[in-house]
Design a protein around this ligand. Structure first.
Ligand code: URP
Ligand code: ZN
Ligand code: ZN
Length: 480
């Protein structure tokens, strides 16, 4: 089954060029000008449009059981909404309960994900520690293509990883050539501040950001970075939302540490005042962690993205409808944390980054696809328009415009944090594994067509980092 995209401009992370793109058997077969369509080949007219690697959202939570409920978007509806916005792959999270066998949780998430319409992969969260976790991390990395392990430094009493868990897990990740990742918020501080604010009589959503001030993220980010430095392991920080966390990343990178940062489209664009919305339902709909921030932080995040200190963009797509958010109506601490965005990430970023001149089109491709593919070791299978790569492609119409709304979005949630935002530049066609799955508003996604993507560990990096770690420990001892 072949498909030809004709007359467009290919935009990769490194360059743009006028080219047709012929896809066959799920792969990109050829890029050249003037390719004739083989017989029976479906043809897409891309004149005046850009042909880019499909987006990779490296941070989603489909049908996550969380805070007493389950996220409303499942792997079918969520990946379909992604395709409608030009995102052709997600990296979701297996999150075992403390004491739950890691392999059991992994198998559970694999089963849930079988209905996905686009390709997917999993980071696995380390929420507790014993010898079985040590062994299972090895099994996941060597036999199941898991090369990243997540640590929630927040959510005390639930899935929080303390320093002991992190040090053990980071050390094991180093042995395996895997990437530790962190949700950086000091869980103890959040817990104490939540209690204090609630006891002061602030019980509504406005209490949420007050209990998670920027310093709480800055402390945890810096702690995780310094732990990674001592152990000599690389580190990836998810949803960086503050100037303080970014400053820790920048300092570490300037010192030669391999530290990567992800920023959410929502954190770049939405102001903290949403928590003071007189409509409590709307305020609760924005409750996520870390919370949306003030302009000072958004400006810092934009600067970080522009200069390359933040490498990836994500959504943390984790949907809860109004009836689920209502669990926190009298106590903000009980509001399920999470917001949606997988359908809108590419278009809001294009509009606010490319149309404004903050990023070039090639840089847009980097931060929406290629960098994630490289950091998580699936490049050039993903993140590139080149012969041999998976035919995961978005055809982008820079002239198309729309107004984002929950009334028209395909996401399975009753609220859109970008409600009313007008954007220029949208996906006109999305191709997943060589098949046209979205065309001008119409989804043709096939339940279960998505494939699990193995992400191999990084053995050469592992050797090099280990050598550095061995040198580093005596030096640190000597300084003291
Ligand atoms: O509020 C959020 N972000 N919910 C999902 C879980 C997480 O912290 O990433
Ligand atoms: Zn998080
Ligand atoms: Zn998350």
């Amino acid at each position: 089954m072949s498909l030809l995209i004709k007359g467009g401009t290919v935009v990769n992370a490194d360059r743009s060029f006028i080219s047709d793109v012929l896809c066959d058997n799920g792969k990109i077969h050829r890029t050249a000008e003037g390719i004739d369509a083989p017989s029976g080949c479906e043809v897409i007219d891309a004149a005046g449009q850009y042909v880019m690697p499909g987006g990779i959202d490296p941070h989603t939570h489909m049908q996550l059981p969380f805070m007493g409920t389950v996220a409303s978007e499942d792997f079918y509806t969520g990946t379909a909404a992604g395709l409608a916005g030009g995102t052709t792959m997600i990296i979701d999270f297996v999150i075992p309960n403390p004491q739950q066998n890691i392999m059991e949780a992994y198998r559970q998430w694999r089963e849930w994900a079988e209905k996905a319409v686009s390709d997917y992969s999993f980071h696995v969260a380390i929420t507790w520690w014993d010898e079985s976790v040590h062994k299972d991390m090895g099994t996941l990395a060597t036999r199941h293509g898991v090369n990243s392990f997540k640590h929630f430094m927040a959510y005390k009493g639930a899935i929080m990883a303390d320093d002991e868990v992190m040090v053990n897990s980071f050390s094991r990740a180093l042995e395996l050539g895997a990437m530790p990742t962190v949700h950086a918020e000091n869980g103890e501080l959040v817990f104490q501040l939540q209690k204090k604010i609630y006891e002061m009589g602030i019980t509504g959503p406005e209490g949420h950001p007050l209990s998670r001030p920027p310093e709480v993220e800055g402390e945890a980010a810096n702690r995780a970075i310094r732990i990674a430095e001592v152990l000599g392991v690389p580190l990836y920080l998810v949803h960086v939302s503050t100037r303080q966390a970014l400053e820790s990343i920048v300092r570490a990178r300037n010192e030669g540490q391999r530290v990567f940062g992800e920023v959410l489209a929502g954190h770049l664009l939405i102001d903290e005042s949403v928590y003071r919305d007189p409509d409590p339902e709307s305020a609760a709909a924005h409750v996520m962690s870390p919370p949306f921030r003030s302009k000072e932080h958004r400006d810092a995040l934009w600067a970080g993205l522009i200069c390359g200190n933040l490498q990836t963009t994500a959504t943390d797509h984790c949907c809860f409808c109004a009836d689920q958010k209502a669990a926190g109506k009298d106590d903000f601490r009980k509001t399920p944390n999470g917001t949606a965005g997988i359908e809108n990430r590419m278009e809001v970023l294009w509009h606010h980054a490319v149309n404004t001149g903050r990023l070039t089109m090639n840089e847009f491709v980097k931060v929406t696809s290629t960098n994630a593919a490289q950091i998580f070791n699936i490049y050039p299978r993903k993140g590139s328009i080149a012969p041999g790569a998976d035919a995961d492609i978005v055809v982008w119409d820079p002239q198309a415009s729309k107004t984002i709304s929950a009334k028209t979005h395909k996401q399975n949630v009753d609220y859109n944090i970008f409600e009313g935002m007008k954007v220029k530049g949208c996906a006109s066609h999305t191709i997943s594994a060589g098949k046209l799955v979205y065309a001008n508003g119409e989804l043709r996604a096939e339940r279960g067509a998505g494939r699990y993507v193995d992400r191999p560990a990084f053995p050469p990096l592992y050797d090099a980092v280990q050598r550095r770690a061995r040198m580093k420990v005596p030096q640190a001892v000597k300084r003291r």
